[in-house]
Design a protein around this ligand. Structure first.
Ligand code: PMP
Length: 498
């Protein structure tokens, strides 16, 4: 249904259920609820909106008050989105071992990200968030025991599933758990409405917090006391922290879980890859793990069975993780063979690219006296001893700027193709004067204290030899020294060929 939304949070939920017709075994139907359709690409958008709206309604959250949460990333990204839209500052506390994409996404959305040591695990990151909230009077959304978490899933996720399968057979619903919000909320409503649908819970095979049957020890105030004895580090980011949360424990106590399926890490990765390759659905590691559990179930289910599994998030959040570890960046042999199968635009030197037709010599553009004066003034300007004639978005100019910034070197960048230099092709006229001055046609051209350094790699080489540092000291330019190789400022694809 197409409609206009008043703000991005209104687009949360109502995610599609998609049939996996290529992966399901003969005679069994597997469906997936694709939570990547939420605006931030994960199921946690539902919780973020619920937590903020619930706190606003109860007067727990004041306008402009800072919101804080301990998160494996998805909750943080979702809260960063809702807080950005509602005008609350947001601080995410996250263990350092979760993927860097997550940190960057949160910061891009305006959040602050406080990292905690991996060795402190999920409970350490939670304790840090509690401490910060208490100390600063920030609002902690408490995703692990906040009833609004499960409530939202009961009200939205479960109702959506009931509507999509109304009047149809549904033998099992498969999910994993992190906070247990999805599990508790959906299981409760689903069981009440259609008790014949089995609730199947997947968890990492090496970290069977539910399978062990052991409850988490709790302190008097309800917080978890220490790591669960069955916990082991696993690769399913967002699943099974080192404690059984209150929401998970509630689900156990309510007797809502029919079956627990352990999933091996490699099976989770393989299932996520199969989902992408054979169904065209890009989802994360826990989605792969949930599907792997659904497949296990399907293989031993009677013909005609119908199974629904949750796919909690998008695969794009895992580019730096084991999920994408085997995906090459460079061309494979097979891809080179495709490249070599036609003559144009190849990398190999034996390329039979047809010779280019001779190019008529380009007439040297006339150098205007005003442009020549501009170049000379800029090079000799005592207020800006470091000056770079640049193009706004060229990769080499960008790399030189990164080096200047890293070392705190003040510089003037004259961006010849920027709007400011476009009128009457003023940038082009300056470039012609610069060519005449240096005898070089390439950009950038960099000058320090009136001396011509050259282009980006000349700058880097001068820095590596120590010559630039001496010149800058002599010219009274302040800067920071360190041993970083300036070539590391080049983007990866340039790096590879330098
Ligand atoms: N998968 C991923 C990738 C997650 O980030 C989360 C949430 N931590 C879950 C699954 C589990 O969802 P829930 O918190 O509702 O149990």
């Amino acid at each position: 249904m197409l409609r206009k939304y008043q703000n991005i949070t209104e687009t949360i939920g109502r995610t599609p259920v998609v049939k996996l017709s290529r992966l399901a075994p003969e005679g069994v139907e597997i469906f997936a609820k694709v939570e990547a359709f939420n605006p931030m690409g994960s199921v946690k958008d539902r919780f973020a909106l619920a937590a903020i709206e619930d706190a606003e309604r109860k007067g727990l959250l004041k306008p402009g008050q800072t919101v804080i949460e301990a998160t494996s990333g998805n909750t943080g990204i979702s809260l960063a989105m809702v807080c950005a839209q509602r005008g609350y500052p947001f601080v995410a506390v996250m263990a350092e071992n979760f993927s860097v994409e997550r940190r960057k996404l949160m910061r891009f959305l305006g959040a602050k990200v406080v990292l905690t040591p991996a060795a402190e695990r999920g409970s350490g990151m939670l304790a840090k968030a509690v401490e910060l909230a208490k100390t600063h009077g920030w609002f902690l959304t408490r995703q692990f025991d906040n009833e609004a978490n499960a409530e939202m899933h009961a009200r939205t996720t479960a109702r959506e599933i009931l509507a999509d399968f109304e009047g149809e057979r549904l033998d099992a619903w498969v999910t994993g758990y992190g906070t247990g919000g999805t599990l508790k909320g959906v299981a409760r409503t689903l069981k009440a409405a259609r008790p014949e649908t089995r609730v199947v819970v997947a968890e990492p095979d090496n970290s069977p917090l539910l399978g062990s049957g052991i409850r988490s020890q709790r302190n008097g105030d309800g917080t978890e006391a220490g790591a669960h004895p069955a916990f082991r580090p696993h690769l399913m980011q967002g699943w099974t922290p080192d404690f059984r949360s209150k929401l998970v424990e509630d689900t156990v106590d309510l007797g809502l879980i029919d079956e627990i399926v352990p999933v091996a890490g490699n099976d989770a990765l393989a299932a996520a890859r199969d989902l992408a390759r054979y169904e065209g659905i890009l989802a994360g590691t826990t989605a792969g793990a949930t599907l792997a559990a659904a497949m296990t179930l399907a293989r031993r289910s009677p013909q005609g069975s119908r199974i629904l599994c949750m796919l909690p998030d998008t695969g794009e959040r895992y580019l730096s993780t084991p999920l994408f570890a085997d995906v090459p960046v460079d061309m494979t042999e097979e891809e080179y063979a495709i490249s070599r199968s036609t003559p144009f635009a190849r990398f190999d030197s034996s390329s039979s690219t047809p010779p280019k037709p001779p190019v008529a010599p380009v007439a040297q553009p006339e150098v205007l006296p005003q442009a020549a004066a501009f170049v000379t003034d800029a090079i000799r300007d005592p207020a800006n001893p470091v000056v770079m004639f640049a193009l706004e978005w060229c990769e080499f100019c960008w790399s030189a700027r990164k080096m200047f910034k890293h070392h705190g070197i003040p510089y003037r960048s004259i961006d010849l193709d920027s709007v400011a230099y476009q009128k009457d092709d003023w940038g082009g006229k300056i470039r012609a004067a610069l060519n005449a001055e240096t005898g070089l046609r390439t950009i950038p051209q960099i000058f320090i204290g009136g001396r011509h350094v050259g282009g980006c790699t000349d700058l880097f080489d001068g820095w590596k030899s120590g010559r630039l540092q001496s010149e800058m000291e002599a010219a009274g330019i302040a800067f920071r020294r360190d041993t970083l190789d300036p070539y590391s400022f080049l983007p990866g694809w340039l790096h590879a060929r330098n």
